[in-house]
Design a binder for this molecule. Structure first.
Ligand SMILES: Cc1cc2nc3c(=O)[nH]c(=O)nc-3n(C[C@H](O)[C@H](O)[C@H](O)COP(=O)(O)OP(=O)(O)OC[C@H]3O[C@@H](n4cnc5c(N)ncnc54)[C@H](O)[C@@H]3O)c2cc1C
Length: 654
């Protein structure tokens, strides 16, 4: 007789979204069950052995600032750290790390297994169950017949729903290479009436590093002083190694052009749309015919394996063609392929089915997070995972949902884009998606989000004490920089070409920092002397004990410097942020009836009814919704409010 287990929250899927959701829910004190198809593949990196990168690094920092785990795990197993875009403004600086793929899985499983209230188990989830009303999800069913009851369910099944792998003319059902698809669960979600879409992504071949002639490639070492992801990481201890840079040859392009007709993308075998910003090598050759070379990277998959990931060579061409392509590269003539590249098609759920807390609007107690919502990327999945885990827990605790808007986090932007616009191709984050990117930097993610994480119970006492000490140092530094004036001869010491600075007599440190050529690191020796005289020695005691600036200290100093250097722009953006927040505060009642708004086209009425934006701000970001439509809706909100007030007054008199 099959038996039933009872939990507060159940999370389906132990990928990058599921791990964050499960730990968040358990850390908030909820008894959380976490089911996945294979416990040995928890947090498997399906593709690139890297965390972070342009804009993705911002998401990792936000997950960390809220109290999530991806950043700390990546710091523990990262083998090549680079801070990207440092030649550009601080808004787009993005941390990235190659990770030891195997260690990443082990470390993540260790974190999950050491988390109290969390019960991780291997099983296939095949159905979702609801109460007699059909509007409240009450748990899941497992392939082995068990029923798992839970007051909230989070589904994070990635590329597994009805997954179909393509490699040349070959194609077969799978969730990922070597793993079964989730057919039954996919059908169960369709039975719930959730709108779906069919998406695609792809991955490159993996090579045996022992068969590569490394001398033929340009080495790309990591940063000498690695920038950690987590605000709680003191320093990076892991051995660091290099990647290598390579380019295709005319022979490579000839082989691809001659065989592109055998790629499932071009034979029509694959119908789904792939990630525009992560094209296959055949896509690149077809779309950029004049480009004579395409760069790619040889990235080690770990310290204890010879496996090498060929970043930039994603393909679903037939095996034998992939082998020819690889061997057309000088240095790879004898390279052995360990795994072929492939494409995968999978079902995703239309994210306009969700509200800002990642709850499925049609049901109580059901949340979706990760690639199932149409995104692509470990980081995009992780930020949704922590939000869904938090909100599933808050639902069970009967507390208001936790939401982030576009002005406070990239996570807020990602969720708002998904639920307002939906997606017809895998969505990935870019800094260009942020209206206020100078406010949403990697250095201030903790200032923006850690207080939320503390209030939600995800930031422990030690981390909170560190956070508060850091804020106190920043306030003290800003005050010192704004009031203290370095002695003229000190400036001459620090800036041999001080004349280039013009007249600096009587200028404060902050005024000096407004100059592009003056950095806080350059000022540090003078600043250090000021701090020695500083009244509250405890604040900076650790810094003063260092011989040279350490990366954690440098990050804090840079953050203070950025606030000073860019204060003018930051103040300007504050006005537009206030305007957006006002639009966000203009709530559209959940029951608002768009069909009564005369002047709205039928198409717009249908779109607004389907998306059901919760605020005027969100409505304004739905493609095709015009300012004129918004002002009409504003007026009708008033009219409908007056009508319902009059109706209830009338009802009271009878
Ligand atoms: C071939 C391939 C190429 C990719 N290329 C890239 C890329 O180049 N860049 C990039 O950023 N991202 C890429 N991705 C996407 C990236 O891997 C995902 O975005 C990310 O892993 C999504 O995380 P997730 O938690 O949503 O899902 P996943 O990490 O896929 O995890 C899903 C989890 O759900 C579990 N699961 C599924 N169904 C069930 C069930 N019925 N019962 C129990 N457990 C279940 C699985 O076991 C798995 O643990 C690629 C993915 C694949 C498969």
């Amino acid at each position: 007789m099959a038996f039933t287990e009872q939990y507060d929250v159940v999370v389906v899927g132990a990928g990058h979204a599921g791990c964050e959701a499960a730990v968040a829910s358990a850390r908030m004190g909820l008894r959380t069950a976490h089911f996945t198809l294979n416990l040995d593949l928890i947090a498997q990196m399906s593709c690139n052995p890297a965390i972070g990168g342009i804009a993705k690094g911002h998401l990792v920092r936000e997950v960390d600032a809220l109290g999530g785990i991806m950043g700390e795990v990546a710091d523990a197993v990262g083998i090549q750290f680079r801070l990207l875009n440092t030649s550009r403004g601080p808004a787009v600086w993005s941390p990235r790390a190659q990770c030891d793929k195997q260690q990443y899985r082990f470390k993540m499983r260790e974190v999950l297994e050491s988390q109290s209230n969390l019960y991780i188990k291997q099983a296939e989830v095949v159905d979702v169950i609801s109460d007699e009303t059909g509007s409240r999800i009450t748990g899941i069913k497992l392939r082995d017949g068990r029923t798992i009851l839970a007051r909230a369910t989070v589904i994070t099944t990635g590329t597994f729903l009805n997954g179909l792998i393509h490699c040349g003319e070959e194609h077969y059902p799978a969730g990922r290479s070597g793993e079964p698809p989730a057919i039954l669960l996919g059908e169960a979600l369709k039975r719930l009436g959730l709108r779906g879409c069919r998406l695609k992504t792809g991955t490159p071949p993996r090579l045996d590093g022992r068969t590569i002639d490394w001398s033929k490639f340009e080495e790309q070492p990591g940063d000498a002083d690695p920038t950690p992801f987590s605000f709680r990481t003191r320093e990076i201890r892991q051995r660091q190694i290099s990647c290598h840079i390579a380019t295709t040859t005319p022979e490579t392009l000839r082989i691809i052009r001659e065989n592109v007709s055998r790629s499932p993308m071009y034979t029509g075998q694959i119908q789904a749309i792939g990630p525009r910003y992560c094209p296959s090598i055949e896509d690149k050759v077809v779309k950029f015919p004049d480009k004579e070379q395409h760069q790619f990277f040889l990235e080690p998959e770990g310290l204890n394996t010879h496996e090498v990931y060929v970043n930039g060579m994603s393909t679903s061409l037939p095996m034998e063609v992939q082998a020819e392509i690889v061997r057309s590269i000088p240095g790879l003539e004898n390279a052995e392929m360990l795994r072929p590249g492939y494409a995968i098609e999978y079902d995703a759920i239309d994210p306009t089915e969700l509200d800002r807390s990642l709850r499925v609007k049609k049901f109580n107690g059901l949340y979706l997070a990760g690639q199932i919502n149409g995104t692509s990327g470990y980081e995009e999945a992780a930020c949704q995972g922590i939000m869904a885990g938090i909100n599933a827990a808050l639902f069970v605790l009967d507390r208001a949902p936790f939401k982030l808007d576009r002005t406070e986090a990239y996570t807020g932007i990602l969720i708002d884009d998904l639920i307002s616009k939906g997606t017809n191709e895998p969505y990935r984050m870019f800094t260009s998606r942020a209206e206020f990117r100078l406010h949403l930097r990697i250095d201030n993610a903790d200032r923006r989000l850690t207080p939320h994480g503390r209030r939600l119970g995800l930031i422990n006492d030690e981390a909170w004490a560190d956070y508060e000490a850091k804020q106190a140092r920043a306030v003290a530094l800003e005050k010192l920089l704004a009031t203290r004036k370095p002695h003229q001869n000190r400036i001459a010491d620090l800036f041999p070409d001080a004349t280039a600075l013009g007249n600096t007599a009587g200028q404060t440190y902050a005024q000096l920092l407004k100059r592009p050529e003056v950095t806080i690191e350059a000022l540090w020796p003078a600043l250090r002397d000021e701090l020695i005289k500083f009244e509250d020695q405890t604040l900076f005691a650790q810094w003063l004990s260092y011989e040279s600036i350490r990366s954690a200290q440098r990050n804090e100093l840079k953050s203070v410097e950025i606030e000073i250097k860019y204060s003018g722009y930051l103040d300007q953006q504050k006005k537009s942020i206030e305007k957006l927040k006002r639009a966000e505060d203009r709530v559209i009642p959940a029951s608002f009836n768009y069909s009564t708004v005369s002047g709205l086209s039928r198409e717009m009425q249908e779109k607004l009814t389907r998306v059901r934006p919760s605020t005027i701000g969100q409505a304004s970001r739905i493609p095709g919704v015009t300012p004129a439509a918004l002002s009409l809706i504003n007026i009708y909100i008033e009219i409908q409010a007056k009508r319902s007030a009059a109706a209830s007054a009338l009802a009271e008199t009878h």
